[in-house]
Design a protein around this ligand. Structure first.
Ligand SMILES: Cc1cc2nc3c(=O)[nH]c(=O)nc-3n(C[C@H](O)[C@H](O)[C@H](O)COP(=O)(O)OP(=O)(O)OC[C@H]3O[C@@H](n4cnc5c(N)ncnc54)[C@H](O)[C@@H]3O)c2cc1C
Length: 386
């Protein structure tokens, strides 16, 4: 039996095993997927938890429910990967051997990377919603917050769902309006980028929306440290940004096991070919999803498009045939903009987000780069489609 081992059963690992099981002969291939947690999180739903739109149980599902028959799931932490011996050590002391390895361990918020962020103020005057615990604590904080200066900032790129901090900003504007508090809240959006988003055409639309909503923008704001005693963000170019409440996107880093195994870059993301996800160093290792260092958004939609091609390529690759599918970096993001509306952007490695209709050109029903009610419902329906 040949052994395919998939590390991580999040969006990418789950899709990989579902797409590959029917394509690989069960008499020849054993497929195992490993994850440390029995619960699968619908992470796009974390955005709605701070505003009480979703509760914790709305974004949690038993992981086993998504793993198909014929795939073994091992619920265990992964300790290290020995690429020489083709063997993965688990936290409980066991080992799993592999012929082919697919790494899908994602990326996660790491507050300890920013001096001053990971102290007692985290959970008090500083919050994030990039984990369910963080989003739930922020819900409790917003319930009683009486206003002041709300700063939403991004610590470092890349981070998953690059539109999520903008969505949080738009929803906060709406939420404070709803509560009759908007005139008591100053909202500031601070980013290390020189525009509000990585793609210039979309950035112009989004900057216009922020302006319309009276939200101040600080660009090129690269945080050096947080002075939590003075409730102030300090940038490398010595600017200061005071806050009463800071909602941050901490540095996103790949899993520690990637660093321990010598497979990652400085943020523990794994360099792979951007068309096929094959490691240039290890001919039997692929990295898919947020774990991979490829120049497109870290997003579930990207995982969806990427795994389609990967699943076509993999059975050919193991037969010694050329991989025919080249991933083009396709990303598709609904952007919740508050007051029951949303935008949609669609782009890839080479093409900027363009106006028009999606998925059917000229028909839609979704509108690209336009704020519509239908786009909002697309975003909300996604939880059920996912
Ligand atoms: C607030 C927020 C909003 C978002 N909104 C959107 C959106 O609107 N649209 C969109 O497309 N995407 C969105 N995303 C991004 C999307 O959720 C991710 O891009 C997607 O989940 C990536 O899938 P993945 O499988 O690569 O990683 P994950 O789904 O994070 O899975 C990684 C898995 O690896 C496991 N793992 C890691 N290390 C170990 C270890 N050492 N041992 C065992 N298991 C391990 C983890 O437990 C996890 O289950 C959002 C994310 C966040 C946080």
């Amino acid at each position: 039996m040949k052994k395919l081992l998939v590390l991580g059963a999040g969006t990418a690992g789950t899709m990989v095993v579902n797409k590959l099981r029917p394509r690989l002969d069960p008499a020849e291939w054993q497929i195992t997927v490993v994850d440390q947690k029995p619960c699968h999180y619908y992470q796009p739903g974390f955005l709605f938890v701070p505003f009480g739109i979703y509760r914790a149980q709305d974004v949690m599902k038993p992981r086993r429910d998504f793993i198909p028959a014929g795939v073994e799931i091992d619920l265990s932490g992964i300790e290290s990967i020995d690429t020489g011996k083709q063997r993965v050590a688990l936290v409980d002391g066991r080992h799993l051997d592999y012929d082919y390895l697919v790494v899908a361990t994602g990326t996660h918020p790491t507050p300890s990377q920013t001096p001053g962020l990971d102290g007692p103020a985290l959970g008090e005057s500083i919050h994030h919603y990039y984990s369910l615990d963080g989003a739930t604590a922020l819900y409790e904080r917003l319930k009683t917050w009486q206003g002041g200066r709300l700063v939403i900032n991004i610590m470092e790129t890349p981070f998953k769902c690059p539109v999520a901090p903008l969505e949080f900003t738009f929803l906060a504007d709406w939420w404070f309006h709803e509560r009759g508090l908007r005139d008591r809240v100053e909202i500031v959006f601070a980013t290390p980028l020189s525009e509000v988003f990585t793609k210039p055409v979309a950035a112009r639309h989004l900057a216009h929306l922020l302006d319309e909503k009276g939200i101040k923008v600080e660009t090129d704001f690269y945080v050096e440290r947080v002075d939590a005693d003075r409730n102030t963000l300090m940038s490398y170019d010595e600017r200061e940004l005071p806050y009463d409440l800071l909602v941050t996107v901490p540095v996103n880093m790949g899993a520690e096991v990637i660093a321990r195994s010598g497979l990652g870059d400085e943020l523990n993301h794994i360099p792979v070919d951007k068309g096929t996800f094959l490691s240039p160093k290890h001919p039997n290792i692929f990295a898919v999803g947020d774990a991979a260092d490829i120049p497109t958004s870290k997003a579930g939609s990207v995982v969806h498009f990427a795994v389609e091609g990967f699943a076509e390529n993999f059975p050919r690759y193991v037969e010694g045939l050329p991989m025919l599918e080249q991933f083009d970096g396709h990303a598709n993001c609904f952007i919740e903009s508050g007051f029951g509306k949303g935008l949609l952007i669609d782009f890839n490695y080479d093409t900027e987000p363009l106006p028009g209709k999606y998925p059917l050109p000229g028909i839609g029903p979704f509108s690209l780069l336009q704020e519509t009610v239908t786009n909002h419902w697309g975003k909300m329906m996604f939880r059920w489609v996912y």
